[in-house]
Every structure is written in C-alpha cells, then in structure tokens.
Design a protein around this ligand. Sequence first.
Ligand SMILES: [Zn+2]
Length: 114
Amino acid sequence: MVVRSYEQLRVVLEKERRRLATAVARHPVLVREPAGYGNHVADDATDVFDQAASNSLFRKLKQDLDEMEAALARFENGTYGRCQKCGERIEWARLEALPQARFCLRCQRRQEIR
Ligand SMILES: [Zn+2]
C-alpha cells in the first residue's frame, strides 16, 4: 500500500488501534508477577516462564496501544507529524514505517543514545 497523506496514516493507526485493543481485551490479565528467579522449584519453572512471557507480551500490547492512542490524539489536537521534542516535521518515510512515531529521526537517535 502506498501511503501519501496524513489521512491515510490515520486510517492505518485506527486499524492498528482496534487490533491492539482487541488483543488486549482478549489477553488474560495477570495480576501476579513472577515470584522471582532462582528461588522456585523446578516444576514451577515452566509456569513462571510462561507467566513472565505472557506478562511481558501483555505489557507490550498495552504499550503499543497507548502509542496508537497518543498518535490519534495528536491528530485531534493538530500536532500529528511534528516531533514532540524539536517541533520539526517528522520525516515522511519515518511516519510511513512508524505512523505512531513521536520524534523525528534525529531526536529519536539522541534519545536512544542516552
Ligand atoms: Zn526532533
């Protein structure tokens, strides 16, 4: 798909947000964090591992969902496509690859170094 306008990016974001919201809703919510490593009996190891993997998947889904929602909110307030750090336009190619991007490439790189 060739994306040429912000409106199309918005459609992509909406779609992704819906997909993630469904995935989050279907995911069993885990309240108990794994008890810690190295202190459990061998039989529990798989359970603890599964739960840790499941928890981290859930967190990732939730985090992605938040990103999508934040990006859609920026459409609402007219700041979409602007870097939240320096205020410059975010590179089009970057938005195409990552419609929920908050920062321009330069600011993102700077952030990652820190
Ligand atoms: Zn920037």
